[in-house]
Design a protein around this ligand. Structure first.
Ligand code: NAI
Ligand code: MG
Length: 397
């Protein structure tokens, strides 16, 4: 069989360190691929005025599967200041290349698994009755609609006349905002389409079925946000009833869910939500299983373009350390999601087993796992470097 080509996008800061180590792990686990590097991130914004060059989009369009490290984003003014002088008069405005990727390839399904590894000192624990300590085993996958809703980008400050007049036709707008000067109005919309809502729900239920999760929990707020959350709940009921009768559908409100999260995290299986609430609830669950060093993610389109990335960012303060200290697990786990996606499930299993063994053994731990403050001297104090962590995983194969 011809070797696969995987697009690699290290991006900025620690993105390169975690991606390099992950490629070594993939290689040692027996995954054979050609890698083609795609340019993305701050460097290309500064030099070319575009953090997501067309050649990178072309590369992904051709090969479909990409591993992505992390990028740096900065506020508008700072972004402008750092732009190459020759580009400063071109009217360029910085926008996030991640959001750009999602929109360009319609990466509408985002999955973020949060599973606790036995022996991870960062696992959530709580006190039981008396003095006993309980460590709930979390095994949740959050399915987040990745392109619509509050992050859809349809927003205005001081909206134009047509928009304003249209808003004024809504009785609630007239009642609550009719007295506010137009110039003082800011509007961010939360638009859900039926098709994409159904797509994320089916992806969530499909995953539950494939991996034997007993429930799907819709985490929105249908009692208040009636049109969008309400529509999503109605669709969830329909899809559950007609297509997935063996999987139960639970319905929680995002605010209550953030409380239940620490009360009974082991009760949840698959969670599904719109863009913003999915972002919130996935960060919440990630905190229970070790935080940013462990939070992995995948995003894909209906036609098979998929990008796998850790949830964390470029952590600039650690980027220039001579020896990288950050935890590569989130990137390694994201690569395992890629392997599942392209049906290299045995290699994924091999890597996950090795990771589980390393964590259970507890001999090799990065600074975050030792609850240290991230500083160059953590290595002297016994923390593993990014490379040593990858080596430990490789040694288990
Ligand atoms: P961040 O995720 O880069 O770092 C926050 C803190 O989390 C770090 O200081 C570090 O203590 C810890 N951390 C992150 N990754 C870790 C790892 N692998 N191992 C151990 N500890 C880790 O978020 P921050 O500092 O808010 O943003 C830095 C830059 O990254 C910004 O420019 C931001 O826009 C960008 N960003 C990019 C994302 C992406 O590429 N998907 C996501 C989030 C932020
Ligand atoms: Mg987030």
């Amino acid at each position: 069989m011809a070797k696969r080509t995987i697009v690699t996008m290290p991006g900025d800061g620690i993105g390169k360190a975690v991606l390099d180590e992950t490629l070594r792990v993939l290689d040692a686990a027996g995954f054979e691929a050609d890698y083609k590097e795609g340019d993305i991130g701050w460097e290309f914004w500064k030099k070319e005025g575009n953090p997501l060059p067309q050649r990178t989009l072309d590369l992904i369009a051709e090969h479909k599967i990409a591993l992505f490290g992390a990028i740096t984003s900065k506020p508008k003014d700072e972004a402008f200041d750092e732009l190459d002088d020759e580009l400063k008069d071109k009217g360029l405005i910085y926008s996030s290349p991640i959001v750009g990727l999602r929109q360009h390839f319609n990466l509408e399904i985002c999955a973020r698994p949060c599973k606790s590894y036995i022996g991870n000192p960062l696992n959530f624990v709580k006190r039981g009755l008396g003095d006993d300590i309980i460590e709930p085993q979390v095994d949740v996958v959050i399915f987040r609609q990745n392109t619509e809703g509050l992050y859809g980008g349809v927003e205005w400050s001081n909206p134009n006349e047509r928009v304003y007049e249209t808003l004024m036709t809504h009785p609630k707008f007239r009642q609550n905002f009719g007295h506010v000067p137009k110039e003082e109005i800011s509007v961010s919309t939360r638009i859900f389409s039926k098709e994409k809502t159904e797509n994320i729900l089916r992806a969530a239920f499909g995953h539950a079925k494939k991996y034997n999760y007993k429930s799907v929990t819709l985490c929105e707020k249908p009692n208040v946000i009636r049109e969008t959350s309400g529509m999503m709940y109605k669709k969830a009921l329909e899809i559950q009833k007609t297509e997935f009768p063996d999987i139960s559908l639970w319905n929680t409100n995002i605010d209550a869910q953030m409380m239940w999260l620490t009360k009974n995290p082991a009760d949840y299986g698959i969670i599904v939500a719109g863009n913003m609430f999915g972002d919130i609830v996935s960060d919440g669950f990630a905190g229970l299983i070790g935080g940013l060093g462990f939070a992995c993610s995948a995003q894909w389109s209906k036609d098979g373009v998929a990008v796998f990335e850790p949830t964390h960012g470029s952590a600039p303060k650690y980027a220039d350390y001579e020896t990288s200290i950050v935890n590569p697990m989130a990137m390694i786990e994201s690569a395992c999601m890629m392997l599942d996606f392209i049906e290299e499930v045995n290699i994924a299993k091999k890597i996950r087993n090795a990771v589980a063994e390393v964590i259970k053994e507890g001999k090799v731990r990065t600074y975050d796992m030792l609850k240290m403050r991230g500083q160059p001297d953590v290595i002297e104090k016994g923390a593993a470097s990014t490379k040593e962590m990858a080596d430990a995983v490789i040694a288990k194969f």
